[in-house]
Design a binder for this molecule. Structure first.
Ligand code: FPP
Length: 254
């Protein structure tokens, strides 16, 4: 498909470095986008300005990932724990998907991107659900990059829900307890039809998972940077991918 509408911003995005290995690009990259608040504070701006700027980084990195041929990009946009933030900030964060999609949906469609949402709909405002559902349905047939927003997502709840479903199936005689294995568990998670991330990126210098994809990240490579999410660029992204390419993944073997 002809990459049309992204052309303008694409031109300002650094090309992939010649040193990057062809054929060894991660299939699935997951990102914990952290540091919006500190980025804003450093500049004397309100936290919301950091989130707004972070939204622009989402677009930049989506284009960069698409250009590299990455198949799945999962972005942690709001965790089940983020409800603890002040209401004004939560309300602002809940408007971001809608704002982002109002501006970008046509370009996402034109560029064959498939939008998905991973998380619980409980407590999400209807405008957030509506914007995401529209994007998901309008891009469902697209075959390019899968842009998966983790929104109102928490890994422990995801796993507990999976375990409850498995337990019910055992109780109802649909499943033998002896047959519960990793594939059964994986098939009950929100990621049942996408591969586990090959690479996890977290920005802002924090070194933790914050309840993000705990099952799926079991064998992923981790890459951390002190850079705050709003100042994270495709150059940092390329650096993460190249570091990934230099690592030997042994999955517990030799
Ligand atoms: C963590 O930074 C960031 C978030 C909780 C929100 C992330 C959301 C975006 C980057 C925008 C999402 C865009 C779309 C299109 C859904 P923080 O606020 O915890 O930063 P801090 O640790 O410096 O305070």
């Amino acid at each position: 498909m002809i990459k049309r509408l992204w052309a303008k911003l694409s031109g300002s995005i650094a090309p992939k470095p010649a040193s990057m290995e062809e054929g060894n690009v991660p299939t699935h990259v997951a990102i914990i986008m952290d540091g919006n608040g500190r980025w804003a504070k450093k500049r004397g701006l309100p936290r919301m300005a950091g989130h707004h700027s972070g939204m622009k980084t989402v677009k930049r990195i989506t284009i960069a990932a698409d250009r590299l041929g990455i198949k799945y990009l999962t972005m942690y946009a709001f965790s089940t724990e983020n409800w603890k933030r002040p209401k004004a900030e939560v309300d602002f964060l809940m408007k971001l998907p809608q704002q982002f999609l109002e501006i970008e949906l046509d370009e996402l469609i034109a560029n064959n991107v498939q939008v998905r949402m991973m998380g619980s709909r409980d407590n999400l405002p209807s405008h957030t659900i509506h914007a995401l559902e529209e994007a998901v349905s309008k891009t469902a047939g697209n075959t390019g990059l899968v842009l998966n927003f983790a929104l109102n997502y928490g890994s422990r709840i995801e796993m507990l829900d999976a375990i409850k479903h498995i337990a019910l199936d055992v109780k109802n005689g649909k499943l033998d307890a002896e047959d519960i294995d990793e594939d059964v568990m994986s098939s009950r998670l929100l990621t049942c039809d996408i591969p586990d991330p090959d690479l996890l990126i977290r920005t802002s210098g924090e070194l933790r998972l914050s309840n993000f994809m705990l099952w799926q990240l079991a064998y992923s490579e981790f890459w951390f940077t002190d850079v705050y999410w709003p100042e994270f660029t495709e150059k940092h992204f390329h650096e993460a991918i190249e570091t990934y390419q230099r690592r030997a993944r042994r999955y517990g073997g030799l």
